[in-house]
Design a protein around this ligand. Structure first.
Ligand SMILES: Nc1ncnc2c1ncn2[C@@H]1O[C@H](COP(=O)(O)OP(=O)(O)OC[C@H]2O[C@@H]([n+]3cccc(C(=O)O)c3)[C@H](O)[C@@H]2O)[C@@H](O)[C@H]1O
Ligand SMILES: Nc1ncnc2c1ncn2[C@@H]1O[C@H](COP(=O)(O)OP(=O)(O)OP(=O)(O)O)[C@@H](O)[C@H]1O
Ligand SMILES: [Mg+2]
Length: 269
């Protein structure tokens, strides 16, 4: 079997999808998982990007339907987590409005992130590192501080933390290990980025979000495609089994191998 087919099988990507059926299947998955877990609903961190917008829509539909069918109250909590000023925060609010989220909170992670960054920077000279931590390492602190905050809220409210990882991020390992990768449930898994967009266009995702370039927002002007050196068009084609430019295919396969540790269970002896 080709490595491409192996990856497609591992990530369980379908070459084509029917968006309405996918939405139904994923909402049902969330509903049944909430019920079997005995929790009271879902927590979704809303960034202003397309993945969390789609996930928020699925979550809200799931908890609304469960509340309606059981007569008990289930909630979707939307969490905005800027690092200080976030230029596109209006898009995050627009998601909550589009999907009529009744419960939202804003937890600015800047003070927490800066405190941890200072802690690390203080000890670096003692281990012979003279420069402060890299923007990349600080970016990962942001993702992990968001995760810690989400779990504190989930603990208090008996909620499950919903992740937005999908196959186009899983293949490249484009997430922070134990940061945005640390969640309880991932309703977008098996979809590539093109298919996430397809779902978005069948939901109430605001146009400004459909139009913007995917970004982790961890440093100034970061975009996924620039950082990875590969387009989501190629990434999605590859996961649909199509032939793409050989350099791009090799790059994807290299990312996949290098980031296996993020997808696999923790190695133990
Ligand atoms: N072979 C191995 N076996 C087990 N563990 C291994 C390992 N190699 C590294 N590690 C561990 O993994 C760590 C590196 O992984 P990690 O900490 O994740 O860090 P990193 O490799 O920097 O990966 C994070 C990437 O995800 C992107 N990201 C982050 C957050 C959000 C989003 C987004 O799209 O929103 C994107 C970010 O831009 C960056 O490209 C190492 O410091 C080490 O602790
Ligand atoms: N500023 C933020 N506020 C709240 N949640 C955030 C923030 N940044 C990242 N997250 C969380 O981390 C997840 C991973 O970010 P990622 O950039 O992959 O997804 P996205 O922003 O929803 O979509 P896109 O990839 O198109 O930018 C988000 O979906 C969201 O749940
Ligand atoms: Mg983003």
């Amino acid at each position: 079997m080709s490595i491409q087919q192996q990856i497609i099988d591992d990530l369980r990507v379908q070459p084509t999808i029917e968006p309405d059926a996918e939405i139904r299947k994923r909402v049902d998955f969330l509903k049944s998982y909430i019920q079997q877990s005995g929790t009271q609903g879902l927590l979704i961190a809303i960034s202003g990007g397309i993945d969390s917008a789609v996930a928020a829509g699925l979550c809200k539909q799931a908890t609304d339907e469960l509340s309606e069918s059981t007569g008990k109250k289930y909630m979707t909590l939307g969490v905005y987590q800027p690092y200080g000023q976030q230029s596109d925060i209006a898009d995050s609010y627009a998601v909550a409005e589009a999907f009529k989220l009744e419960h939202t909170v804003e937890t600015d992670v800047q003070s927490g992130v800066d405190a941890i960054t200072d802690l690390v920077n203080k000890v670096l000279p003692s281990i012979d590192i003279q420069d402060p931590i890299t923007p990349q390492a600080k970016g990962n602190i942001k993702a992990r501080t968001r995760m810690v905050t989400q779990y504190a809220l989930a603990n208090e409210l008996n909620l499950l933390v919903v992740g937005t990882d999908h196959a186009s991020e899983a293949i490249t390992g484009f997430f922070t290990k134990y940061g945005d990768g640390a969640v309880d449930i991932t309703p977008l898994s098996t979809l590539n980025k093109r298919q996430v967009r397809q779902l978005a266009t069948h939901m109430a995702v605001p146009q400004s979000i459909l139009d913007k370039a995917p970004s982790a927002g961890l440093w100034e002007d970061q975009t996924d495609e620039d950082e990875l050196g590969i387009t989501y068009n190629d990434n999605s084609d590859y996961l649909e089994g199509k032939t793409i430019d050989q350099v791009a295919a090799e790059r994807l396969e290299s990312y996949y191998k290098r980031t296996a540790h993020k997808r696999d269970p923790i190695p133990g002896i």
